[in-house]
Design a protein around this ligand. Sequence first.
Ligand code: BES
Ligand code: MN
Ligand code: ZN
Length: 486
Amino acid sequence: MITTPNTAFDISSATPATVAADWLVVGVWANESLSGAAATIDTATGGLLTKLRESGDLTGKHLELIPVLNPTGIAAKRLLIVGLGKPDAATRATAHDAAAASARHITGKKVGTIAFAVPSPEFTLAVGVGLAQGCQGPGVRKTTPTRFAPEKLLLVGGDAAALPRVLAESQALWLARELVNAPPCDLYPETFAVAAAESGRTHGFDVEIWDESRLAAERMGSLLGVAQGSTRPARLAILRYTGNPGGPTLGLVGKGVTFDSGGLSLKPTDGMVDMKCDMAGAAAVLAGTQAIAAQKLKVNVLGVLALVENMPSGTAVKLGDVLTARNGKTIEVLNTDAEGRLILADALCYASEQTGFLVDFATLTGACLVALGTETSGLMTNNDAWGEQIQTAIRTAGERAWKLPMDASYDGLIKSKVADMRNTGGGRWGGAIAGGKFLEQFVGNAKWVHMDIAGPAWADGDTAALDAGGTGCMVRSIVEMARAFS
Ligand code: BES
Ligand code: MN
Ligand code: ZN
């Protein structure tokens, strides 16, 4: 049901002019004389790039795209020149986006081999995964698809040692985005759990699935409270990858609401229309764990996916109901649309019993979108040093997060008159922080980071480097977290 491209990846050390491919992509830096592969192609084509520069058509501005459909002097059938931007501003993110924009330009039609002349070997990972990003979009489900993954991606002049990582991260990014793009009629807690088990079998990690009777036996009353309104039963998927026997374990917890209608606190249509994306946290944890296992990183990972559907019905949790979470704490439900924190409460309790190092990923609040926009995730923590370590991994991956305050003075946001806490902030202010403060009640003594990914998880429209829909956010960051942890 969840299918991802079976594109092959390879490295070539041939000179780019001699590489046979349907497309050869070459990058050009802004405000620089032609160098490396660009200079080689310029010479082979009798000065084509120089002429384009002189005419002002080629500037090297980041994401500028110039297709040349009938190049002479090179073995590739077509040439695509892509702007890499200024070299001193180049990062993993700018190289990733340049490669992604190139692939998006090409893959609207069926294509065999795309070769990319990697500007220098240190960009192999960014270019490889960026190309993969640009090869996939939601249009693959149309009877006449609007995007086609190529048979082969060839990284010319790339670092051969990076190839397994390129493959692992590309496939993981594809999986995460496909899970988010999958319609809620296909992807619900049971089928998500099956996808997790399949990934575990293929890539070498253990997956244990808890059904609703096990969840009840494990006292996960808060998670089950959300699930009780749906005809689709809840699941908890527990992923275990052991790459460092006896060592510490990185605990990753994901919000997997396969559809968020709001429950009895029903969302209006405009707010509900994209709510198949509400499992992007769980998708990132599954895909990230897959990428870590596929590379056999020397690290231990525990992944916990909390999988439910949030629906209104005669059996749904009601406003004023009180739920009891796994750690015994009681929760007054004042808004059934604040369901993410209810399911994460039990998942975090369980994870904190297993390890002292936690990161959760959740499309938790619209308030975080209001605060930070769609580019940047909110980061909240109970331990500044752990928060800094996670923030550094995110930055290294070329993704973005911004820390929000968690001072004790915010505790009032979740105070309840009838139970240990309530599930909404009450007023309009500090909604993202209220979510963080609530989750903090369930992590015990663990060092913990909460990532509110409500903004970056979903793209409303196409951009140069990314098709609309699931973005695969945090997959690359999770790999960096694991590398820093091991
Ligand atoms: N899944 C939503 C948050 C969301 C909003 C994700 C927009 C992605 C885009 C979450 O379950 C939710 O509904 N949150 C409420 C919380 C409120 C009731 C305290 C919200 O943000 O309005
Ligand atoms: Mn909700
Ligand atoms: Zn939600």
